[in-house]
Design a protein around this ligand. Structure first.
Ligand code: FE
Ligand code: CA
Length: 541
């Protein structure tokens, strides 16, 4: 097992100001030395929030209180992220001036063999976040990185490039996480994830929750419901102060997609579920939410939102082994059908089956079907938000479905399945989140007929903390397992899914913690499944 590399970069706390920035340092990135006097003012004299134990802030990092992250790895490049925030919960505390941030990438944890370095500008219009696109790296190898600004150094993060495109890779390990409601519990699962042997982490949405504080939970949101840029920024800062989340970001590169709570519960495109505001007003809120999301995660510039639009969906090929398609099931979807408002269970209606129903929007659908057709990798992965497999429940004598999931968009699911059949995708694996429980199942042509053609395998990852401690099985889930022959597994505890992918076989381990209401829970593997390429469906291991 590897040790956690998010080490404190000791003893560099600076009382105030940027006294340790030399003239040469500032000129390094072509930033005018005249910017210097502006820099030292930020945050001086203002009270600091009490940082959580073990976080970058607790380790004496005032500017780098939110830690570091990397993401969007390619064979020769990766994005490095940080945000300067000496007053993270109150707007950041950086003032109106841009600030130069130096970065270094090394081949070793001690940062002795630096292979790339430069200076990025932390801009006030991006909340003093930086997204450094580092190029010229070697494929499939670990790198370490850190930032410094104002005489302070960040912790050292670790990242990894993907294999070269033509490389016949035979092993890739990654994990999927979703749904980390801060109020519902501790992010203990991330502490354990940071110690895993992984090449990548994929986050499937609900990175923050927008709601206001609730007294009955183990932790508390510190502000009212976020619906402005300032509100969303402070909410991201609260989450990113968490030391376990920081450790998981510092240990691996991440690829992330949002779900609903990064904006508003169960929204669909320009509609909020509660229908209190006009679509135009909701799009203004969405613009603020998408911007704060971009600011706080390691995205490439291609994902920078323009107003209320974010080019979130994208793909990456991992060494001929995995074609990872990161999808967006929120921004372009049609409204939930059947008079549905949010996650209630309804009998299926014509709206779900109608040809107008779309989960991805027509453009993204066409793009995805093109990807599936062109896919040369052994496994085609759909990394997305809401469960694709049918999950019916018998309520008051009829079959009901959750209209926020693909069950509410069965016409769109049929089109997806038609494309999968047409292109004969032999290794289709769907990864989902959203439902705060783990499910494993087979994507069947007819979900009620276990002998119908199997098109792919779906693994739904459980939540990091949303839903609180949870339990292994619930009566409702037991009934759903009985009513849905394509579903092989349910677990209602917190954790994440870990994947070990080889050319012939895919393995999923459901990693769970027994509680999140108090810190320090151990982790264990609750269940493991294997999929043979060309024979979809999870087989218990
Ligand atoms: Fe959630
Ligand atoms: Ca969700």
């Amino acid at each position: 097992m590897r040790k956690i590399v998010a080490t404190s970069h000791g003893g560099t706390a600076v009382a105030c100001g940027f006294s340790k920035v030399s003239r040469r340092d500032v000129l390094f990135g072509g930033v005018a030395a005249s910017a210097l006097p502006l820099l030292g003012v930020a945050g001086c004299g203002a009270p600091s929030p009490v940082p959580p134990q073990g976080s970058a802030a607790a380790n004496g990092n005032r500017l780098f209180s939110l830690g570091v992250a990397s993401g969007e790895p390619g064979p020769d490049s990766v994005i490095l992220w940080t945000r300067l925030a000496p007053e993270p919960l109150h707007g950041g505390g950086m003032g109106p001036a841009p600030v130069p941030v130096r970065w270094e990438v090394a081949e070793d944890e001690a940062m002795r063999h630096v292979v790339r370095r430069g200076t990025a500008l932390a801009r006030p219009d991006l909340a003093h976040a930086v997204h450094v696109e580092v190029a010229g790296l070697a494929p499939r190898r670990w790198y370490w990185y850190r930032f410094d600004a104002g005489g302070e150094a960040s912790v050292v993060g670790r990242t990894r490039t993907t294999p070269a495109p033509g490389e016949a890779l035979d092993l890739f390990r990654f994990a999927a996480a979703s749904c980390q409601n801060y109020q519902h519990g501790y992010f203990t699962a991330y502490r354990h994830m940071a110690a895993e042997d992984l090449d990548l982490v994929v986050h499937l949405g609900d990175y923050i929750y927008e709601g206001g504080p609730r007294a009955s939970f183990p932790r508390r949101h510190d502000d009212v419901e976020a619906d402005t840029l300032a509100g969303y920024r402070n909410r991201y800062a609260l989450y990113k102060l968490d030391p376990d989340l920081q450790a998981a970001h510092a240990a691996f590169p991440w690829c992330v997609v949002y779900d609903d709570h990064e904006v508003d519960n169960d929204y669909a495109n320009d509609r909020e579920v509660r229908q209190r505001v006009s679509p135009a007003a909701f799009l203004r809120r969405r613009a603020a939410a998408y911007r704060a999301y971009f600011e706080h995660l390691p995205f490439r510039s291609a994902q920078m939102p323009r107003g209320a639009n974010m080019g979130l969906y994208r793909s990456m090929e991992i060494g001929g082994l995995i074609d990872l398609n990161l999808l967006d099931t929120r921004q372009y979807r049609t409204d939930q059908p059947c008079g549905e408002s949010g996650g209630k269970w309804h009998p299926q209606c014509a709206g779900a089956r109608g040809p107008g129903a779309t989960m991805l929007g027509r453009e993204q659908e066409a793009w995805l079907y093109g990807r599936l057709g062109a896919g040369r990798a052994r496994w085609s992965v759909l990394a997305q938000q809401v469960p694709i497999m049918e999950r019916r429940r018998m309520i008051h004598g009829d079959h009901r479905y959750n209209m926020d999931k693909w069950d509410g968009y069965s016409a769109a699911r049929d089109r997806l399945f038609t494309a999968v059949r047409q292109h004969r995708v032999p290794g289709l694996v769907a990864l989902s989140g959203d439902v705060h429980s783990a499910w494993a199942g087979t994507l069947l042509t007819d979900f009620q007929d276990p002998r119908s053609a199997a098109l792919g395998t779906e693994f739904v990852a459980t939540s990091i903390s949303s839903g609180g401690d949870g339990r292994d099985m619930r009566p409702r889930a037991r009934k759903m397992l009985a009513a849905n022959p394509g579903i092989a597994f349910y677990n209602g505890q917190r954790g994440y899914a870990r994947f070990t992918v080889t050319r012939e076989a895919w393995r999923t381990d459901y990693r769970v913690v027994p509680h999140v209401s108090t810190p320090g829970a151990p982790i264990r593997t609750r269940a493991s499944f294997a999929v043979a390429r060309g024979r979809p469906g999870p087989e218990p291991v």
